[in-house]
Design a protein around this ligand. Structure first.
Ligand code: ATP
Ligand code: MG
Length: 393
């Protein structure tokens, strides 16, 4: 990654046109950059708002050439972008994060080795890529969660398995692709940390986030984290910084953590790394409304080699994810959720990603409630949740 300063007026490119790309594009545009998005989907959320949308697959040579032609520097919003494409782009343009860093984060086996190298504990696991390895799985890993090594997201490509028979059946069902089996851990809570690191090695971060998942999908993020001690938060922040430094990471990186409810044999301490995302993360969306520098502005700054300043949280924030299910509360017929009622509540910031059709489990948007103190943010978020038919938290 070069440390070339890229000033507003230049064009920033992004691989992937999902909601993360859209919010990156919006942050870049606010600062006076032009933007280019490569995504095969004509109606991609980021493609709809970027100055240039290159409708091509991630490995399409012509598409990549066009993206390079348009862009002064290129980032990614999607960890499943083939690392090979980033290598091609990186030969001609500054690319952050680099193909190497993305390759680690897009493979659970490599990611776990990285955790180990950095002395960051992670769930006990085994790699399963042959029938022999399947047979050799130690009993301690059951009950466990079988996860495809690559291409999983939002709980997809995962199966909870209680015993060996279920494990064998689940591996078959996942097409016998390389997987990791993780022991199912007793979770007290989940945290994440978003850090940004510049080519010059400056590192800043957002405050530690507390996350609630439902069915393997992020549902709620609260900042400040209500149930994590300052010591635990510091430990998570330090681990995230260590990982970013070790990878010579440039860009925005999110590290997800588990906090264990009980001691687990073989694990020291209660903080365990789950996974990393080489990009802004759903749990950092609150920073658009609750901090003076958002995770997307951090992505712009690292890519353009602008100075990094530590984001300051100016409000307490609760983020609620808005999944497609909210559009089907009345059964099969698609109906718009009650936005006017929700927007009548104080401190509600609605973000919809411009996706044409709602589907169950699809991330359609999020809303962030900001307030002067965490109790008020939570109380309003609970009211919003009730209006939307979401469970309390
Ligand atoms: P993302 O959308 O964050 O990329 P993902 O599909 O990659 O999600 P994970 O983060 O691996 O999935 O898991 C999703 C959720 O499932 C976790 O946040 C946690 O709630 C639960 N989970 C995953 N692994 C374990 C484990 N080993 N023990 C207990 N719970 C787990
Ligand atoms: Mg996750």
């Amino acid at each position: 990654m070069s440390s070339k300063l890229i000033l507003p007026g230049a064009t920033l490119g992004v691989m992937g046109g999902g909601q993360l790309g859209r919010m990156f594009v919006q942050a870049a545009q606010e600062m006076g950059y032009f933007t280019a998005v490569l995504d095969p989907d004509v109606t991609s959320p980021a493609g709809l708002v970027a100055h240039y949308h290159i409708e091509a697959g991630y490995l399409d040579e012509q598409g990549l050439a066009q993206l390079m032609q348009r862009s002064d520097a290129i980032t990614t919003e999607f960890e499943n972008v083939p690392a090979g494409a980033l290598v091609t782009l990186g030969a001609h343009r500054p690319v952050a994060p680099t193909a190497d860093a993305v390759a680690v984060c897009q493979d659970r086996a490599k990611e776990k080795l990285q955790f180990r190298r950095c002395g960051v504990p992670c769930a006990p696991y085994a790699l399963i890529d042959t029938p022999e390895r399947l047979a050799a799985v130690p009993d301690e890993l059951l009950p466990g969660i079988l996860k495809t090594a690559r291409l999983g997201y939002d709980g997809k490509g995962q199966a909870r398995v209680a015993d060996r028979a279920a494990l064998a059946a689940a591996w078959d069902a996942l097409g016998r692709v390389p997987c990791v089996l993780e022991r199912q851990l007793p979770l007290a809570l989940e945290l994440s940390v978003v850090v940004a690191r510049s080519a010059a090695g400056e590192l800043v971060r957002l405050p530690v986030q507390q996350n609630l998942h439902r069915d393997g999908i992020l549902a709620v993020t609260q900042v400040p984290a209500p149930d994590a001690s300052p010591a635990l938060q510091q430990q998570a922040a330090d681990a995230a910084a260590t990982l970013a430094e070790a990878m010579h990471y440039v860009g925005v990186l999110c590290v997800e953590f588990f906090v264990l409810a009980d001691d687990v044999p073989g694990l020291s301490g209660r903080l365990v790394a789950n996974e990393m995302a080489p990009r802004p993360h759903n749990s950092g969306h609150w920073s658009i409304d609750g901090a003076d520098v958002s995770q997307f502005e951090l992505q712009v700054r690292t890519l353009a080699n602008l100075p990094l300043v530590a984001p300051r949280r100016h409000s307490a924030a609760v983020m609620l994810n808005l999944l497609g299910d909210l559009w089907f509360r009345d059964g099969e017929r698609e109906t718009t959720p009650p936005w006017p009622q929700v927007l009548a509540l104080p401190g509600v910031h609605l973000h919809l990603y411009g996706k044409a059709s709602a589907r169950r489990g699809r991330k359609m948007g999020h809303l962030t409630v900001t307030a002067a103190d965490p109790e008020a943010a939570r109380a309003t978020a609970l009211q919003a949740a009730a209006l939307l038919g979401l469970p309390a938290f």
